[in-house]
Structure formats: structure tokens, C-alpha cells
Design a protein around this ligand. Sequence first.
Ligand code: HEC
Ligand code: HEC
Ligand code: HEC
Length: 416
Amino acid sequence: MKRALSLAASVLGLALAGGSTAALADGQDYVTITRGQYLATAGDCVSCHTAPGGKPFAGGRGIMTPFGVIYTPNITPDRETGLGAWSNDDFVAAMQHGVGKDGELLYPALPYPYYTKVTRTDLVAIKAYLDTLDPVRNEAPPNGLPFPLNIRTALMGWNMLFFTPGEFQPVAGKSDEWNRGAYLVEGLGHCGACHTPKNALGGDKGDKVLAGGVLDEWTAPNLGGDLRTGLGAWSTEDIVQYLKTGRNAKSAASGPMAEVVYYSTQHMTDADLKAMATYLKDRAGAPAPVAPQPVAATDPVMQAGLAIYQDNCSACHVSSGEGIARLFPALKGSAVVQADEPETLVRVVVQGTRAAATRAAPTGPGMPAFDWKLSDAQVASLLTYIRNAWGNAAAPVSADTVKKIHGRLTDTAATP
Ligand code: HEC
Ligand code: HEC
Ligand code: HEC
């Protein structure tokens, strides 16, 4: 009986890890490992813990933070360079408290401020899944952090100021679906890592949860209920479709969000996606910022922007800014277009972009780059135009701002 079980388990290991023949330890059963694999997908571990062209989960990807680059460690079960010698307790301490195996403090580039909400049972399942992977020998390169940030004990202060440990507590009076959604959004999904604005030290602005953030010259829009800059005009079904396919009639996921969809949300069950959408739609959300007065259509900057738009953009996004559903995202009414921070806009016009290819929508439509054709000043007029045409309203973008963001674009807009 025991033998049959472990045989079944190693066949399963093969199927799960694509070639692992490692025998399974006690307490690792089919159900736990499959659940762990699903949860690891919901937590998007693979996208950070895989170097470009490297073996999945073997680490070595550089995570850009405003303070310098931090390389992800190997989380395959290799004994020397991975998690092979880690106990469940070691693993839970890293994920829930940001404490490494030797007691060292981990940088919040590992999103433990969110993973702290994940239950121990779920974390142990993730560890059981990771244990079935092929062990890969791979040491992460040293981090590029300046003094004193390279001293890990400095994180003690950070944790005291910005970190609230503790598993998710279901909210009484809310449905199971709502609580499941809250658990996923606030915990494993770590949506706030990008969508919550950060203070100067990289901590969450606690009063602006999911109100929109900027990372690596991308704008992660407000996920609150605001009609202009948030999800106010999105239905639950719009959100589900976006997370499942990378696009919907209103928008398309580019850059970091394309990665989230590609590695994580497209593989989640419809029930979990609907739970997240239900929770997001129900959140009171950040207080709606006062809508700015739109720049007048007669303004010379708007006139210049209109001409540039007609020449370069209207073929795809059409003159009315309504785009073509699921092919060319609408710019009219778009939260990305009207976000306070224009990072994404500068980036996609300068570099072009490609939407995520998902199982449900296998060819990701692309947008060409315009840096060879448009000056920073022209991009500024163009962006001011799309932010204030068709009923949109947002602060104008200056040539100086475009120049600054353009200058910071070092990487290409990689989309999986
Ligand atoms: C946003 C990027 C990101 C995501 C997503 C992410 N990690 Fe990490 N992880 C990191 C970084 C960066 C470190 C290194 C932190 C440090 O050096 O202090 C790390 C460290 C770790 C460590 C400590 C390993 C060690 O050797 O000290 C573990 C364990 C870990 N991650 C597991 C996971 C799991 C499991 C998931 C998915 C549920 C996950 N990570 C998702 C970025 C990420
Ligand atoms: C790694 C950073 C990152 C993480 C993590 C992340 N997002 Fe995003 N998200 C973005 C960015 C950047 C955009 C804007 C994409 C674009 O411009 O096409 C975005 C866009 C979105 C949009 C579309 C908004 C709009 O108005 O077009 C939704 C909805 C969304 N994210 C939901 C989520 C949810 C739910 C989670 C957690 C499960 C999540 N995101 C996690 C970075 C992230
Ligand atoms: C050949 C067709 C094409 C042309 C021309 C084009 N775009 Fe796009 N655009 C797209 C596609 C496809 C996407 C979605 C890609 C993605 O999500 O990564 C997109 C995305 C965008 C987005 C991001 C929307 C979102 O929800 O994330 C903005 C903003 C944008 N385009 C503005 C412009 C502007 C301004 C111009 C003119 C300079 C332009 N586009 C020209 C096809 C085009």
C-alpha cells in the first residue's frame, strides 16, 4: 500500500514538475501538492523567481526597486543553493514574517507584507509543491544595493514602521465569496505591491490601499471605485475577463500586468477570479480625487495633439478614442489614460507594447513604437490631448515630464 502510494506520488511528481523523479516525503499527498501548485500560481512565484532564459523557480531575476536591484534566490529544492534544507517552519517564517533561514531579515521585494496574510496550511501546500520540482543548482548574483540599505538589520526599522504581520481574518457579515476574494487580493495575489502607492521608503501609503501606484515607469491604476481613474465603470464580468484573457472591451494588460495575467491570473479558476472581482467592486475604495477641469479643446496644445493623434493613432484607436473591442483598447474613459501618473502613457508611445498572449486569447495584438517619429514635445501634446479628449479629464503632460520618463526607460517593454 505504502509503495503503491509513493509510486503514484512520483508519477504525479513527474506530471507536476515536468521531469522530477524525486520521491515525495511523508505528509505530501496528491491533493496537497496539486493545491500547492495552484496556490503558487496564484502567488505568481515563478515570474520573480525565474531569470530571463533561466530554469523556472531557480531564481536570479533582478527586481528593480527605487533603491537598487535585488536578485531573487533559488526556490527549487537544491540543498546548497535552494530550499532543499528548509523546514516548513523556515518557509512560513520567510513568507509570513520576512525572516530568512539564518534569521536574517529579507527585503520586502519579496512581497511578505502581503504574503503574511496567507494561512500556514496554504503555505505548507506551496512548500510541498516546490519540493516536487527538480533541484537546480543556481546561486543568485549579489544585490546592487548601496550602503546602508545593504545592511539587512536596517529592515528592522522598516518592519516596525510599515509591516503588520498576521494571517487574513475573514470579515463577519461578508459572503464566503467576498472573503475568498479579499484573501486572494490582499494576500497571495499581492495586488497592492503594485497598485498601492508607496512612500519615500517604499512602504504602502496605508490610507491609499489599491489607489494606484507607479513601478519601474509603469502606472498601475486605481482599483477603487472611481469612475474616471478606477474600476467604477467596470462590471464584475469585465474584471474577470481582463484577469482571465488579458483584455476586455475597455482595456488590455501591458507590461507588469501582462506578466501577472500570463503567469498567474489566467490559470486561476473562474470562481476565484469572480471572488476577487466581487471583492474589488465592493471595496469602498480610496476617496475619489477631485476630477480636474479638462484642458479646453481650443487650447493650441490640444489642437497640436489632435493632429498628431489623427496621423499616428486613429488607425487603431479610432477618431472617437473608442478603440476596437478586445483588439485595440479604448482610450476614451480609460483609467490608464487618465491616471495622475503618466508613466505608462509615455512608455507605450515611446516603446510600443504588446498585450499578453493567453490561452483564451492566444495572439497578443501589438502597438508600434513612436520614438523614431515623435519628439518628446510632440508626445507631450499628444498625451495632453488623449487625457482631455472625448470626455476624458486629466492634468496636462509637459515636455519636461516626457523627457524625464523617457530618459529613465532603460529596459524594453518585455511582455511574455
Ligand atoms: C515581486 C517578486 C517576488 C514574488 C512575486 C515572489 N518572490 Fe520570493 N523573493 C523575492 C526576492 C527579491 C527575494 C529575496 C529577498 C532578499 O534577498 O532579502 C525573495 C525571497 C524568497 C524566499 C527566501 C529564500 C532565501 O533563500 O532566503 C522564499 C522562500 C521565497 N522568496 C518564496 C517565494 C514564494 C513561494 C513565492 C510565491 C508565493 C514568491 N517567493 C514570490 C521576490 C519575489
Ligand atoms: C507587478 C505589478 C502588478 C501586480 C502584482 C498587479 N498589477 Fe494590476 N496592473 C499593473 C499595471 C502596471 C497595470 C496597467 C497595465 C496597462 O497599462 O495596460 C495594471 C492594470 C490592472 C487592471 C486594469 C486597470 C485598468 O483600468 O485598465 C486591473 C483590473 C488590475 N491590474 C488588477 C490587478 C489585480 C486584481 C491584481 C492582483 C491579483 C493585480 N492587478 C496585480 C501592475 C500590477
Ligand atoms: C497598429 C495599431 C496601433 C497604433 C497605430 C497605436 N496603438 Fe496604441 N495600442 C495598440 C494595441 C494593440 C494596444 C494594447 C497593447 C497592450 O495592451 O500591450 C495599445 C495600447 C495603447 C495604450 C495603453 C492602453 C491600456 O489600456 O493599457 C495607450 C495609452 C495607447 N495605445 C495609445 C496610443 C497612442 C497615443 C497612439 C498614437 C501615437 C497609438 N496608441 C497608436 C495598437 C495601436
